[in-house]
Every structure is written in C-alpha cells, then in structure tokens.
Design a protein around this ligand. Structure first.
Ligand code: ARG
Length: 579
C-alpha cells in the first residue's frame, strides 16, 4: 500500500512540475507512514511540508494542489489535508477486502520480498567448543534463526554458517590435561564441561601446565597427528551437545552448517600474503597489522587490526578475513549477516573495512554486524547462577518446561499428563525464545521466568493462546469451513482495523529482513492478537446475521489464524491447537 501511495504522489509531483507549480530537478524521498489514529485515515505523508519551501508556497496550499493532481486509484477512497499540511490517505475497504481474499488464496499469504532476492550468509550461534553452550549463546542462535527463516520465506537463498570456535587455546588446556589424566572412553568424556573446568583450573594454577598447553596448541595447529586425533574427539562430543540443544530449541541448524575457525586454517598464510601484496601490512612490535585511517583510539592514535602475532600465530581477525572471502568467492553471497554480541562491533567494523581495502569481497556485497545486547538476570546484572557460575542452557530450558507444566496444569487440570507434558514442552521453549526475540536486538535484556511465562502482555503464552482461540472458532462451527467459498466484506470498525493490520504482514516481514530485527514481527503479532480479540467480541461469528456474513467473518478469522501461525513459525515457535 505504501508503495502504491508513493507512486501516486510521484505522479502528482511530475504533473506539478509540468504545470510549473514545482521547480524541475527535485528528487525528494517520499515518506509515507501508517497513521496511529485511524480517524486521520490509514496512511499519511509529509511531502507537502517538505516541498513547500522549494516551491515557494504555503504547505497547505501545496497540499491542495497535490491532491488535485493525484491520479485516481481504486485502493484509495479519499485524501484529506490535516494539521500543518499532512496528506491523509483513507484506504478503500472493498479494495482492502479483495486484497485479503487474494492473500487467503495464496500459500505465501501474498507476501513478496520488496527488493531483488539474494544469496545471504547468516553467521549465527558460533559457540566456542569444548566448553558447553551457555546462555550467552542463546541470543545469537535464536535471533539469527528467526531472521534466517524470514529471509527464506521472502525468497532469499540462506546459507547458515556456524562459525564455531574450534581452534583456540581451550584445546591446548584439554590436550595438556589429557596427558595428565588419560580418559579412555567417550562415556567418561561426555562430561566435557567438567573436564574443561578441571583443565582450566590447572591452567590458572600452574605456569608449567599453562606453557605445556600453549605448546600443544601450536602442535595442534601445525598438524600433529595425535593432537588432531584427540581434538576431533573433543569436537565431536562438543558438537553433539550443541546439536542436542539446537534440536530441543527447534532451531534450524545441523552439522552441515558448521564451518568452524579450523576450516580456514590453510588459508591464513595466504590471507597474510595477500594483505602484504596489497601493501596493507605494517609491523608493530613484531606483529603484522593493518592500519586504517578511520580507526583511531580515544587519544587519536591509529588503532591496529592485528592479523599475525609476533610469534607467527594468527588471530580471530585473520580467520574472519578468510571466512569473509570464502563467503564472497566460494559461497557467492551478496549479503552476509553476523549475529554476534554487540561488544564485538569494532572487530567487525575493522574486519569489514580491511576486507574491502584488500578487495577480498566485491564492492556490492553487503556486510552487516547484527549486534545484540547482553543477557542479564532479573536483577539487571549479568546472568549467573545463585553461586555466581554461568547458567547452563539445558538447565534453563528444563526449568522453563517445568514452570510451564505447573502453569498449564493449573489452567487445565482435566488434560491427561502426556498432553500436559507436550504442551509444557512447547510453551516452555517458546517462552524462552520469544522473550529474547521480542526485545529490541541491540538492547540488553533481563531474563525473567515470571514475565516470559505470563499469559498477559507480549509473551509466547499469550500469542500461542490467541492462536488456539482462533482455532477453536473452527472447532465450534460444527461444519466444514472452506477457504474457497464466499468473500470478505469489511463492515464493522473492528473488521476494518483487523483487516488493515493483516494487510501489513508483508511490510513487517520486509522490515525484519532489512534490519535483522525480529521484534518487529513480535510486536505485529501481538497487535494482531489484540485486534482479533476485539473483532471476536464485537462481531459474532457463530451467531452471524446471514450465512454470507458468517462466511466473511470466518474468512477473516482464517486469515488471522494463518498469519499468526506463519508469523510464529518464522520466529521458530510451534503453535498448539489447544492449551
Ligand atoms: N565464537 C565467537 C564467540 O563466541 C563468535 C564467532 C562469531 N562469528 C564470527 N564470524 N566471528 O565470541
């Protein structure tokens, strides 16, 4: 709709230029917004205010001329001037109803990508192996998965890349500890976390152990067979822990998406050689660095991107440069999105800038760091267990499911236990995921079980429940409902409001894809659920006045159900038929 209005305004502007009302050569960005208050129409534009000055006219006068020059369009019922010179557009309800009918008939709900489809790399999850995944990895995994799903729905080819940390110092510790405490079988090693903690303790206590650990990392990276054999074992165990979690979370990630730091090992000397050949390297205290004019520290001194240590070792940045050119030249991605903690923002700015300078990626490739804030506890401090340790993801999900079980059982004591368990699993996981998805990506966020499991407010239980209410309409109907029959007519004010919001699904998804912010979709679904409630309250369906009216309302309910279900699925949440 907004695009349509933009085009209409554009045509009016051209006409006014031809008529000499506006000077030629103006190329304003035409802004069209959804109005908050529907008594002011559905869409508004400030174009007359923007152009009043160059036109040498008063905004309201120019607005009048614009309205006179606007072409007729079946989707717009009227245009009015408001306030200092806003143009308010009212959409035609029968044209809107026809669009909703078309959406209902379409598997994609008539949603299309606004621009051209692309190949997109989504860098997500990326835990450091050997340590078990903890809550800190939750955000990247969940937000990244949500955005990836939306991109796919819009038609992009998405390539998920799980850039796990599988090559760092932690493996030296494990290898050194393994020499002291040979662990024979996989069952003993299954508690890799405990093994890692013991090794870390030794590392922190004994300088001799620490030296040995560092030497073993060098050996490993040089390709020592025995080190590599053990390293593979550690990795397999650790990755299988991750996979268990992904499956439980319902996140679309598999072993095939893992492309860890180690995968780029062979290319690292070449990265350095290529930077050297481009004249981009300078030595600083024995280390190889890229200095770029735009990066300075607080004192105004140049800030280096270090790509090789004095001892010859490579760094996180070197690997990211190698990964970047792999993504550009082998995966042929036109866009790469990195879902990584906001605290790594400078790292990515520098890596992206260096890759561009070195010509590692085509100039047209979009590189975006989708940073996110820290996950805090309910007290607003970094999320920790009661005794100050890091919270294991598994334990967190167990608790969420347990709490959801108590909650659902309290509401439905008559459900049998198998069903209660199944509902609790879905609600528990959904609550944890939704709480994360519904906050603005870049803000810090407090983890709070009570809030996320509440049936009120912008929460998973509220939305899942809203969906079951839509589903129950069709159960209570007592006859078959066919989407092919009848047509939508928007009469009551609640029907128009719900219909207008339903028509914005595509625009919302395009916003999520554009900026990598799933909270827009959450807010939209929450709004939709509220609008459905008031529609349901004011517009009887089962007791409708005529069969045609009943069918129209059923169609509106069906489209609401499909939109809610599709939206929740794009967030990685499974709907329930009852709860
Ligand atoms: N393993 C890293 C960490 O936990 C995240 C990696 C993110 N992806 C990347 N391409 N650097 O901090």
């Amino acid at each position: 709709m907004k695009d349509t209005i933009r085009q209409l305004i554009q045509q009016a502007l051209t006409r006014l230029v031809d008529d000499g009302v506006l000077p030629p050569g103006l190329t304003p960005t035409i802004q069209v917004e959804n109005t908050k208050d529907k008594t002011h129409g559905d869409f508004a534009s400030n174009i007359a205010m923007m152009l009043a000055k160059p036109a040498g006219a008063k905004p309201r006068e120019l607005a009048e001329k614009l309205i006179a020059a606007l072409p007729q369009d079946a989707q717009i019922s009227k245009v009015e001037i408001a306030g200092p010179g806003f143009l308010n557009f009212y959409q035609d309800t029968s044209a809107l109803a026809a669009r909703l009918d078309a959406a209902l008939a379409d598997a994609q709900l008539n949603v299309r990508k606004a621009g051209a489809v692309q190949r997109v790399v989504v860098d997500l999850s990326a835990p450091n192996l050997a340590k078990e995944m903890h809550v800190g990895h939750l955000r990247s995994t969940i937000i990244g998965d949500g955005v990836a799903r939306v991109l796919e729905f819009l038609g992009d080819t998405v390539i998920r890349q799980n850039h796990v940390g599988d090559w760092g110092t932690q493996f030296g510790m494990l290898l050194a500890y393994m020499q002291e405490q040979p662990v024979g079988n996989d069952a003993e090693l299954a508690d890799l976390e405990g093994f890692y903690r013991a090794a870390k303790k030794r590392f922190d206590e004994s300088p001799e152990f620490a030296d040995r650990a560092r030497a073993l990392v060098v050996q490993l990276q040089a390709g020592d067979t025995e080190c590599l054999r053990l390293w593979h074992r550690f990795n397999d165990i650790s990755l299988s822990h991750c996979q268990t979690l992904y499956d439980r979370l319902g996140v679309k990630l598999s072993m095939a998406d893992v492309k860890g730091e180690s995968a780029y090992n062979d290319d690292l000397p070449q990265v350095i050689a290529d930077l050297q050949a481009k004249g981009l390297l300078s030595e600083s205290d024995g280390a190889q660095c890229v200095f770029m004019d735009e990066f300075k520290n607080a004192e105004g001194n140049p800030l280096p991107l270090i790509v090789q240590k004095a001892g010859g070792g490579y760094l996180y940045a070197t690997t990211d440069l190698a990964a970047l050119r792999y993504r550009a030249n082998v995966l042929h991605a036109g866009r790469a999105l990195y879902f990584v903690d906001q605290r790594q923002a400078l790292h990515f700015q520098m890596v992206f800038a260096a890759a561009r300078l070195a010509g590692f990626v085509p100039a047209t490739m979009q590189l975006e760091h989708m940073g996110f804030g820290t996950m805090n506890g309910a007290d607003g401090r970094p999320f920790k267990t009661r005794d100050g340790g890091t919270v294991k993801l598994i334990e967190l999900l167990d608790e969420a499911e347990e709490r959801a079980y108590t909650l659902v059982k309290g509401k439905n004591p008559e459900f049998d236990d198998t069903e209660l368990r199944q509902i609790a699993r879905a609600v528990g996981i959904a609550s944890v995921k939704y709480a994360d998805l519904s906050k603005h990506r870049t803000s810090d966020y407090s983890f709070n079980f009570e809030q996320m499991l509440s049936f009120e407010g912008n929460t998973a239980p509220y939305l899942l429940y809203a969906y079951t209410r839509v589903a129950s309409v069709f159960r209570k109907l007592g006859k078959e409902f066919s989407e092919a029959d009848g047509q939508l007519v928007l009469e009551a004010e609640q029907e128009v409001a719900l219909g207008a919001r339903l028509a914005q699904f595509g625009e919302v998804l395009n916003g999520v894809a554009d900026k990598g912010v799933p909270h827009l979709l959450c807010a939209y679904l929450y709004d939709l659920a509220g609008l459905f409630s008031s529609f349901y309250e004011h517009c009887p369906i089962l007791a409708a006045e005529t069969p045609a009216q009943q069918q129209s309302r059923l169609r509106l309910a069906a489209l609401t159900g499909r939109t809610l279900q599709q939206g929740l699925q794009l967030l990685g949440l499974n709907t329930l038929e009852r709860m």
